[in-house]
Design a protein. Structure first.
Ligand code: NAD
Ligand code: ZN
Length: 365
């Protein structure tokens, strides 16, 4: 069939919106008609060849849509089901078997190769193969063939035009809080970096009834929104000594912390802000080879814990429905982070995300 897709062709080049051919869904594949898809920093990193995904390729890994057809062997969804798309995993390694699929030993190949395991792709342009199956889904296409494990069935009452970010960036922040830190009600919390990921961590800290909830950023407009979303204190770290200020607010040190920047100085500040037996999580990504110093002589005295967290350490099939239900109950207003664009304006959406003008772009088909 013919589909309209945005194709990444190489570093620094805008995505090319064009008509492609899509194969019939193969064994274990679900053909999904996209309603909308979020755009995440990882798409931009791959478009710019920071990660080695072969070009040309259809990116996109926060798709939401409706099942059109299923390939042989698919048992969990059927045509007409509303679905949200998340990352792909092998399902059999020790991490997958123990409920931690974001540490799947095959994660990189399955999500970044732009190919099926046998090396084939589902899209072509005048007979030339175009990469597919990015994060199992390649959601920057009006219709795509998605691996069954990436497909999460959602209630028909949930708004597909908003749900996409629940596939990656929102659970990355929210899962670090609810799945990894698991704070007690009344414990203190700080998030460094109030982009889509950090704001999602903040919304989750509110769900967990943390208090105080502190947000740190270097952009005042983001801190204003953080206050509207439940931060009790905000700190612009350009103007204040962030560690001293956090210790003052929390009477000596914070219980739980998230770094959603991936910046080595911020990581150091996060560790230095921890109180006795505090627990910090790093979710911001840094280039391989990045090192951050911490004072092991003093930090050891606090009994602090530091966790490294991918994709919120979630099981998509249980955590995403939990976030949808919190959203529908009015406790998790992640829609406040979103700005929508028509699919034809996908490159503007990328630019607005890069400039910081938009927290979370979602393109609608
Ligand atoms: P974003 O760029 O929208 O947000 C980052 C925020 O950090 C911005 O508001 C920025 O102003 C702030 N910031 C930058 N430098 C700062 C500093 N020195 N001090 C305080 N604040 C600072 O990005 P995002 O979409 O929210 O993603 C956040 C990070 O999470 C990125 O590194 C992204 O690649 C990563 N990520 C990780 C995973 C994972 O599985 N661990 C998944 C998705 C995204
Ligand atoms: Zn992502």
């Amino acid at each position: 069939m013919k589909v309209t897709a945005a194709v990444a062709t190489g570093r620094g080049k805008p995505l090319a919106v064009k008509e492609l051919d899509l194969e019939e869904p193969g064994p274990g594949e679900v053909q999904v008609r996209m309603v909308a898809t979020g755009i995440c920093h990882t798409d931009a990193l791959v478009r710019d060849e920071v990660y080695p995904t072969p070009m040309p390729v259809v990116l996109g890994h926060e798709g939401a849509g409706v099942v059109e057809k299923v390939g042989p062997g698919v048992t969990t969804v059927e045509p007409g089901d509303h679905v949200l798309l998340s990352f792909s995993t092998c399902g059999t390694c020790a991490s997958c078997a123990n409920g931690h699929p974001s540490y799947c030993t095959q994660f990189f190949g399955l999500n970044f190769s732009g190919r099926r395991a046998d090396g084939t792709t589902a899209f072509s342009d005048h007979g030339q193969p175009i990469g597919s199956h990015f994060f199992g889904q390649s959601s920057f296409s009006s219709v795509s063939n998605v691996v069954e494990c990436s497909v999460v069935k959602v209630p028909p009452t949930a708004p597909l035009e908003l749900l996409g970010p629940l596939g990656c960036s929102v659970p990355t922040g929210a899962g670090a809080v609810l799945n990894v830190l698991d704070p007690e009600a009344g414990s203190s919390f700080v998030v460094f970096g109030t982009g889509a990921v950090g704001m999602s961590a903040l919304l989750a800290a509110r769900v967990a009834n943390c208090s105080p909830i502190i947000a740190v950023d270097i952009v005042d407009s983001r801190l204003e929104l953080a206050k509207e979303l439940g931060a009790t204190h905000v700190i612009n770290s350009r103007g204040e000594n962030v560690v001293e200020r956090i210790k003052e607010i929390t009477n000596g040190g914070v219980d739980y912390a998230v770094d959603a920047t991936g910046n080595r100085e911020v990581f150091r500040s996060m560790v230095d802000s921890l109180g006795s037996r505090g627990h910090a999580a790093l979710v911001g990504l840094a280039a391989p080879g990045t090192e951050a110093a911490i004072d092991i002589g003093l930090t050891i005295l606090t009994g602090a814990k530091i966790s490294m967290v991918i994709e919120g350490d979630m099981v998509p099939h249980t955590f995403i429905p939990r976030l949808i239900s919190l959203y529908q109950d009015g406790q998790f207003p992640f829609d406040r982070l979103i700005k929508s664009y028509p699919f034809a304006e996908i490159n503007t959406a990328f630019e607005d995300s890069k400039s910081g003008a938009t927290l979370k772009p979602v393109v609608v088909f």
